[in-house]
Design a protein around this ligand. Structure first.
Ligand SMILES: Nc1ncnc2c1ncn2[C@@H]1O[C@H](COP(=O)(O)OP(=O)(O)O)[C@@H](O)[C@H]1O
Ligand SMILES: [Mg+2]
Length: 361
């Protein structure tokens, strides 16, 4: 089912400002779409408007070509999974999953088929006759997902369903959810504040901040072409390096004056109106080259080394004090307090307008 949001906005009663506004996007049939953003930015509000649990103040919501604004949640053909899910403690896993189907007076055969199907996909077949208190947190979360799945909704809504799980299990469930989505072939909308979850799981991401869409698109676009400084800093770990500076005769000169970069022709064209103006230069930690060259190279001291196994993160400081993070392969040898030369990969520069923070190149 295609989900279309036309200029959707929400103003809670008693508040003088809209919590979110001008949400104008289309989520394609069978797509996995993540709603991402910092805590309090309005993610749950948006999801609850799609579910019908919160009223829509302005704009239109369509499922396919049907206007949904005034359709009751129970008539929307959706299933929703929350962060804190309550299973019925006195019912078995099987009965927990069968519950909504029984309420709908489905036949025993249909119920059995759907529950065992879902259990198979979720790998909880062995626990079908256990009670929630006898299984682990991860298994309970899968039961909660199963309970929603058996309803075969046309839109599957999830609000931070993994945030109560420990890191290892979360990593595992991420992959399971992607697999699940493939099997279900249902349009899924997934709320998270965790950029890694959104980047790894979603076909498309809606990144919200301050009640507005900051960017909407594929994960790769967020990484390679963040549309503004907020997106650049929100996506990716470690955070993108941002250097304040000014364009001077086609060159970027840092405010601290010790980093000078001549961008490639294409970027120069985009920057042609910025001579003498302040800009931010962004570069991801893995796009520095640890070598000396005639141009675009600077010297810096290694202050801290974070060993992450496959890579190490060098926290470096340039001569005049610019602090940057450079990623290098884990087996390369570096020592604290050593000085090294670093160069910019010119294919990986991001320029942002100092005033609007919008992307320039
Ligand atoms: N029922 C409500 N009444 C008034 N304000 C609300 C209500 N629910 C949420 N809010 C406010 O709306 C903003 C967004 O909340 P929410 O959508 O829960 O954010 P998120 O899920 O991104 O953390 C917050 O400032 C929150 O306090
Ligand atoms: Mg929320």
């Amino acid at each position: 089912m295609k989900v279309i949001l036309k200029n959707i906005g929400k103003k809670y009663e008693g508040r003088d400002k809209f919590t979110i506004r001008n949400i104008d996007i289309e989520i394609e049939d069978r797509e996995f779409c993540a709603i991402l953003g910092p805590s309090g930015c309005g993610k749950s509000t948006l999801l609850r408007m799609i579910a019908g649990l919160t009223s829509i103040t302005e704009g239109q919501l369509y499922f396919g070509d049907k206007l949904m604004n005034r359709v009751l949640p129970k008539d929307r053909d959706i299933a929703m999974v929350f962060q804190s899910y309550a299973l019925y403690p006195h019912l078995t896993v099987y009965d927990n999953m069968a519950f909504s189907l029984k309420m709908k007076k489905e036949s025993k055969e249909v119920i059995h088929k759907r529950v065992t199907e879902a259990a198979k996909i979720l790998q909880i077949e062995d626990y079908l006759y256990s009670r929630p208190s006898d299984i682990s947190g991860g298994q309970r979360q899968r039961v909660a997902l199963g309970r929603a799945m058996v309803r075969k909704p046309s839109v599957f809504l999830m609000d931070e369903p993994l945030s109560n799980l420990d890191a290892k299990l979360r990593e595992h469930m991420r992959v399971e959810l992607v697999r699940l989505h493939k099997n279900l072939e249902t349009t899924s909308i997934y709320v998270t504040h965790d950029q890694t979850e959104a980047m790894t799981m979603a076909d498309k991401i809606i990144l919200l901040d301050k009640g507005k869409i900051q960017q909407f698109g594929k994960p790769k676009e967020f990484y390679d072409k963040p549309e503004n400084l907020f997106v650049a800093e929100f996506i990716g770990s470690p955070t993108m390096n941002i250097i304040k500076g000014k364009m001077e005769s086609g060159r970027f000169v840092s405010d601290l004056k010790d980093i000078i970069v001549t961008p490639k022709d294409e970027d120069q064209k985009a920057l042609k109106d910025y001579d003498g103006k302040n800009v931010y230069l962004g570069i991801r930690s893995e796009r520095f080259l640890a070598k000396k060259s005639e141009e675009n190279s600077f010297e810096a001291r290694v202050e801290v080394i974070e060993m992450l196994g496959k890579e190490k993160l060098l926290h470096i400081r340039s001569k005049n004090g610019e602090e940057l993070v450079v990623s290098q392969p884990g087996h390369f040898l570096y020592e604290i307090d050593e000085n090294h030369n670093f160069t910019f990969d010119l294919d990986a520069l991001h320029f942002f307008d100092e005033k609007t923070t919008a992307r320039i190149n």
